[in-house]
Design a protein around this ligand. Structure first.
Ligand code: ADP
Ligand code: GN1
Ligand code: MG
Length: 364
């Protein structure tokens, strides 16, 4: 059976069999594989869940189901129009399950495609401001999610202490024999390690709370309508408890970089303070009402932390021999590591300015 027919067979586990169904690739994430499905009347998004990354698909889908149902209920209570475009909707299988496991052991899910929506790979200040509002509102609307805490779909996902532990194990094992060429960079990582574990320390001291975070706050995870108004936040695999500085920082890491995440030309890479300011203003518009002082004071630190964390994650994967991230060429993870480290240095140089921007935006 060819690839498309296999995909269609999966699709028919969720929707009625129909010879007019079309399936085409969608998006360019590093983790899942996404496809747009249409049958003339309806459109859907089919995703193969990366089971290597998300080990417990029951827990993953349970989280997404709870989160989307909670947001939908709120929107309905608020009398918001167009609720189907303001939150993702999971489509169950004919048996009522939230995912389908095929005969090859792949896991699949379907959501309704949000009509007349688009996401951006590029950014400008306006989009950054709106994305800031979207992620601030997302955290706010999940602050009163009833019941047990959400599962950590990737245990210790944004836990710097845990990431460093894994990194040090990889350095020690040197499984791909790549360590010698990168010894200087290992020193740079170690030089910042204690400072970067500050949030875990503050949490243990009871000073920094965990809230429900998105944990993949990229601009392409926000859907906009035809007038560039925010519709909703997507890519909910990593929604889990965490520090708000993480979500803030990951947006800055991905959105406020003048270069690419994997830029080979490090001269291109630096922090764009206009984007930083726009995002901070948008985010704080909703978030200022629930953040504690210590959370606000650490947002700019979050930008450094998440960039450092991503440097460590790409670096670990390079040292391990490229087992986690999809790569386009053999040195890709090293190029990514160096580009993230360059961004980190720029964030360090601009830290005082960033801190001032946040405190000014929070004071309004
Ligand atoms: P990945 O984990 O690969 O980033 P996403 O869930 O973010 O996967 O999906 C990839 C892209 O597909 C998104 O950036 C968005 O543009 C689009 N997309 C995802 N879900 C939907 C949806 N329900 N409706 C419309 N577009 C969607
Ligand atoms: C992955 O799914 P995607 O490509 O948006 C990763 C993020 C990293 C990012 C690096 C589950 O995100 O944590 O920050 O790549 N997601 C997971 O760009 O590991
Ligand atoms: Mg995504």
């Amino acid at each position: 059976m060819n690839e498309i027919n296999k995909l269609k067979e999966v699709v028919f586990q969720f929707i009625e069999q129909d010879e007019n169904v079309k399936v085409e690739p969608l998006g360019k994430g590093h983790i899942n594989d996404s496809y747009k499905v249409s049958n003339g009347d309806e459109e859907y998004v089919l995703q193969r869940i990366n089971h290597y990354v998300f080990k417990n698909v029951d827990q993953l889908q349970d989280n997404i189901n709870r989160v989307t149902n909670h947001i939908r209920q709120k929107l309905q209570q608020q009398g918001v129009e167009d609720v189907e475009r303001r939150v993702l909707t999971l489509v169950p299988t004919h048996e009522g399950a939230l995912y389908h496991k095929d005969s090859e052991g792949n896991y699949w899910r379907i959501t309704k495609f949000i009509k007349d929506s688009k996401s951006y790979e590029e950014i400008n200040s306006d989009l950054a401001y709106r994305a800031g509002m979207a992620f601030g509102e997302f955290q706010k609307s999940l602050a009163d999610l009833p019941g047990k805490p959400l599962y950590e779909t990737i245990p210790d996902f944004h836990n710097m202490e845990a990431r460093l532990k894994t990194f040090r194990e990889s350095v020690k094992a040197d499984r791909a024999g790549r360590l010698e060429e990168v010894a200087d960079l290992v020193k740079e990582i170690e030089a910042r390690a204690v400072d970067m574990c500050k949030p875990e320390q503050l949490h243990r001291e009871g000073k920094l709370p965990k809230r429900i975070n998105h944990c993949d706050t990229k601009v392409n995870n926000v859907l906009f309508d035809e007038n560039d108004q925010v519709l909703c936040v997507v890519d909910l695999d990593t929604v889990m408890p965490g520090y708000v500085l993480s979500d803030f920082g990951d947006f800055i890491r991905t959105g406020a970089n003048t270069g690419a995440e994997d830029d080979k030309n490090l001269d291109n890479v630096s922090v764009n303070l206009e984007i930083f300011e726009a995002y901070a203003k948008g985010y704080l518009k909703h978030a200022a009402s629930f953040l504690t002082d210590i959370e606000t004071e650490n947002l700019a630190f979050g930008a450094k932390l998440l960039t450092y964390m991503q440097t460590v994650r790409f670096f670990t994967d390079y040292i391990d021999g490229d087992v986690y991230y999809k790569i386009a060429y053999p040195e890709h993870n090293l190029v990514r590591t160096k580009a993230q480290f360059k961004l980190l240095q720029s964030l360090e140089e601009n830290f005082d300015a960033m801190q001032q921007i946040v405190m000014k935006a929070a004071a309004k």
